[in-house]
Design a protein around this ligand. Structure first.
Ligand code: 8YV
Length: 328
C-alpha cells in the first residue's frame, strides 16, 4: 500500500489492536482517542475536510454528517456489521462509499448468543447473584432448577450470517432449528422455514438475528410475546430496537414468557429500568463481538476498505453501495 498523507482519515473512537498504528502509517490520521462517543455536532466538525471516516454504531451518519464531509469525503467504514446508524441511500447520493464488517464476527457473536442463552436457562447469572449477595443456600434436589437446550426448538428470526452460525451451534447442543427470514426463504440450509407466527408459537427459544430496519423496528412487541409459549425464552444479540422493551419487561414480570437474555438495548447505554429488577432476565452490555481477535479482524476490514477507496481507487468487496464509487 502506498502512503497518501494528503488523505485525512478520522477514527471516531479509541479502538484496540494494531489498526490505529497501521492506519497512521497510511493516512493523515485524526483519532478521537476516547472511550466516549463524540457528540453529533463535534462529530460534524471533526469530519469536515476528511476523505474517510471510521465510524462506530453510535455515530449517526445522516445528511448532516455527509454534508459536513462535503466534497472531500469518499468513504465511511463502519466498525460493525450492522449499519442502521448510516443513511446508505444518502451516502450514495453524496458519492460516499459505505462499508461494514461482515463475516468476521459471525462466530464470535453466535458463541456469545449461546453463552447468553445457557446463562439464562441454566440460571448462571442468577446463581452468581445468589452467591455474591451472600444469600444462604444449600444444595437440594429442588434447588434453582433450570431448563436444558437438548431436544428443544430454536426459532431464529433472521437467518443471515450470524443466524446460521447460531443454528450450527444449536444443532450441536441437540436442538431442532426453525427459522423465519423476513426477506424470504434461505436456500441450501437444512432448517425449516416458517412464518414468524409459526415460529413464535413453536419455539422454546426465540433468537433475534435480523438487522434493524423500518420493518423490524419493534418486531417483537406485546402481541408477539403473547404468541410465544409460556415456557419459552427470548434472546436478542441483534439490535435493541427490534424489541419493544417496555412490552418485554411487562411480559417477563407477568410470566407471559419464561425469560429473556439481552445484549442490546434500544437506547444504549440505558436499559429499561424494570428489566434490572427482574431475575428471569440476563443482561449484558453489547458484548456480542467483543474478543481481541475479532476486534483486530474488524479493524483489518476497515483499514482494507479505507485503503481500497482512498489509496487504490477501487471499490472494496464489503461496500454496501458500490454504485457510490466514482460518483463523488
Ligand atoms: C460491534 C455490533 O461490536 O457489529 C455490530 O453490528 O453490533 C457489534 O457486534 C459493535 O457495533 C462495535 O462497533
Amino acid at each position: 500500500m502506498t502512503a497518501d498523507t494528503g488523505n485525512r482519515v478520522v477514527v471516531t473512537r479509541r479502538i484496540p489492536g494494531s489498526t490505529i498504528a497501521r492506519l497512521d502509517a497510511a493516512f493523515d490520521l485524526d483519532v478521537h482517542d476516547s472511550e466516549d462517543p463524540l457528540e453529533h455536532q463535534a462529530l460534524l466538525e471533526r469530519v469536515r475536510g476528511s476523505a474517510g471516516v471510521l465510524t462506530m454504531v453510535s455515530d449517526r451518519v445522516d445528511g448532516s454528517f455527509l454534508d459536513a464531509g462535503g466534497d472531500t469525503l469518499r468513504v465511511v467504514s463502519n466498525y460493525a456489521v450492522g449499519f442502521d446508524n448510516i443513511d446508505v441511500p444518502s451516502a450514495t447520493e453524496h458519492g460516499v462509499v459505505v462499508t461494514n464488517t461482515p463475516d468476521v464476527l459471525s462466530q464470535a457473536t453466535a458463541e456469545f448468543t449461546l453463552g447468553l442463552l445457557l446463562s439464562l436457562v441454566r440460571r448462571v447469572a442468577e446463581g452468581d447473584r445468589v452467591l455474591r449477595r451472600a444469600t444462604p443456600w444449600k444444595w437440594s434436589p429442588t434447588w434453582m432448577i433450570g431448563q436444558g437446550l437438548f431436544g428443544g426448538t430454536l426459532g431464529i428470526v433472521g437467518l443471515g450470517r450470524i443466524g446460521r452460525e447460531v443454528a450450527r451451534l444449536a444443532v450441536a447442543f441437540g436442538m431442532d432449528v426453525i427459522y423465519a427470514n423476513l426477506s424470504g426463504e434461505v436456500r441450501d440450509v437444512p432448517y425449516r422455514s416458517v412464518t414468524l407466527d409459526e415460529l413464535l408459537a413453536t419455539a422454546d427459544v426465540v433468537s433475534l438475528h435480523c438487522p434493524l430496519t423500518d420493518d423490524t423496528h419493534h418486531l417483537i412487541g406485546a402481541a408477539e410475546l403473547a404468541a410465544m409459549k409460556p415456557g419459552a425464552v427470548l434472546v436478542n444479540t441483534s439490535r435493541g430496537a427490534v424489541v419493544d422493551e417496555p412490552a418485554l419487561a411487562h411480559a417477563l414480570r407477568d410470566r407471559v414468557i419464561a425469560g429473556a437474555a439481552l445484549d442490546v438495548f434500544e437506547r444504549e447505554p440505558e436499559v429499561q429500568p424494570e428489566l434490572l429488577e427482574l431475575e428471569n432476565v440476563v443482561l449484558t452490555p453489547h458484548l456480542g463481538s467483543g474478543t481481541d481477535a475479532i476486534r483486530e479482524a474488524m479493524g483489518e476490514l476497515c483499514l482494507g476498505a479505507l485503503s481500497a477507496v482512498l489509496v487504490e481507487g477501487r471499490c472494496p468487496a464489503n461496500a454496501l453501495n458500490p454504485e457510490a464509487m466514482g460518483r463523488g
